[in-house]
Design a protein. Sequence first.
Length: 309
Amino acid sequence: MQIIWVSGPVGHIRKINLTYRHLLIGSCSLVLALILAGASLQYFGFRMAIEYDPQLAKQLGNLHSPVEMENLNAIYKLKLLELNERIVENNQKLTQLETLNKKLEQLATPAALKSSSPKQNTMGGQFIPLNLMDETNNSRPLQLFSNLSKLAHSQNKYVDTVITHSFNYLQWLESKPTGMPIQNASSISSEYGPRIDPFNRRESFHSGLDFQSPSGTPINATANGQVLQANWDLNYGKLLIIDHGDGYLSRYAHTQDIYVNKGDIVRRNQVVATVGTSGRSTGPHLHYEIVKNGAVINPKEMLIGLIDR
């Protein structure tokens, strides 16, 4: 491309030849000049803003003094410690919940108790996920810490609720006579229900289970409760009765020795007596009964070790 330039009174003519190379160099030079001008303007502008209006400069340039940075770091460290404490607390509660679940697994709920077992708190509602990586809500570190803390707090409350329910259920289950009164009993010599009486050979009703074991064999309380009776009975011999609440009683008859007294609080699996042959008995054994709301029931419906045998 050629440019002709006419100047002066005599019409002096000048010619300028422009190539694509010249145009490219000129364009690059212009862009570079604009960039340098912008950078200079920004630099000197911030310098003037810092001198005449420091707060405006901080807002525009996101500038912080060393003291402010130190304060921010201190706040972040504090928030991080608080979050770590919540996480540690949650882990401890999860361990506690795992321990409770293991105990509950050992105390399987018999079908006879399921209809009356405590109900878990019901919950519901729309599922709204908490997106911790949402740039809109977490554009600042403090907001991210806040969201993480809320999540940890919600988990903490939920685990508290589950632990409370599990603990109450465990307490309730441990107070029901579902344990075995004798560990490794030789055999059940007489079942619950109709039978021929061993003394007069007449038809009769047997109100419990007879566990045949040697004299002196330890007898365990089958659930938590309070001793209601520990004395001599004409038919049952040395008789122990434990009240488990909710209308449940357990009876241990024909014992040799009783180690607890009326009014004592006993715990599940605590040794409370020994096998004997006192009262109306043909030999060493434990006659065991369960009473529910004043009526005897088949212990096999309750004893975990005998269910489905």
